[in-house]
Design a protein around this ligand. Sequence first.
Ligand code: ACO
Length: 327
Amino acid sequence: MSVRARIIGCGSYLPERILTNAELATMVDTSDEWIVTRTGIRQRHIVAEGEKTSDLGFKAAEKALQHADIKARDIDLVLVATTTPDNTFPATATKVQAMLGMRDGAAFDIQAVCSGFVYGLAVADNFIKAGQARTVLLIGAEVFSCILDWKDRSTCVLFGDGAGAVVVRADGGHREGAPNNAPGILSTHLHSDGTLCDILYVDGGPSSTKTVGHVRMVGREVFRHAVINLAAIVDEALEANGLTRADIDWLVPHQANKRILASTARRLGLPYERIVITIDRHANTSAASIPLALDEAVRDGRIQSGHLILMEAMGGGLTWAAGLVRW
Ligand code: ACO
């Protein structure tokens, strides 16, 4: 008998303030029409003065715990996937842990930029399967607005702030190689190629410039790699489980660009309606975008027990990752 890791609850939080494309057009030389046509983004949420990544993560975590009907004391591992930590150290995960009133268990951050949530899902899955954790709180939280160059129209229009969280718990009693129709995380698949680090990066950091820095991106190159890598990793995940594209009920992707989502759907032969899309309202919230989308589709009833969920993401590094989950 082996243990399977299962998502038993989710939650999310968006800062109150909404920044529309029209407002952005008063700040940089852009237009609502350009942003919507090229990206699908209509607005994004931006933190209030003093609101930090840990604040967003904590609010999403509270909702996930409530949804899972568990207490903070039941958690033995807190993971925060983020590129925008409150401080260089300590880990934002330890700050959220403290906000939850926990003084025990372990907490650390995961840095894989936009792929961070799926990387975190892999860490949670493997800690649980190895028996080193039983209940994991996994949060994707970002205040991306703090690393944007608000004078660079090619990047500042693309991102937003937010947080999403899931509770992953050991579900015992599955036979080795449990059938792929039993609920839980079926598999995770992680990749990176550091030789592509200079097409998407932040031009600062503690050991280089001693500053925080701003996002820099060669948009077209990132787009090209995203379309190729995401299609390949989806097939890798399906093949590993003896499943086909037709078995996917919901694609819950990282929300970088509506055209990337449409292209991935086309390659998969998946109807566009089967993609959970939030980019129009949230923009790209990096590691938070998948748990934000997941929470929305679970709460509005689109995702139902027994559905096959495919999550995929690509981000700076480059990193890319996929996870298959039977709900
Ligand atoms: N408003 C108006 N014009 C703009 C804007 C803007 N906000 N931004 C760029 N332009 C202009 C450019 O200056 C350029 O003008 P030119 O032709 O006179 O030189 C023109 O629009 C076209 O620029 P491109 O960069 O070629 O536009 P493209 O069609 O490639 O769209 C975009 C740009 C939306 C960034 C696209 O390349 C993209 O989405 N790339 C992928 C981004 C992504 O996936 N990021 C995910 C990872 S994020 C992470 O990991 C942190």
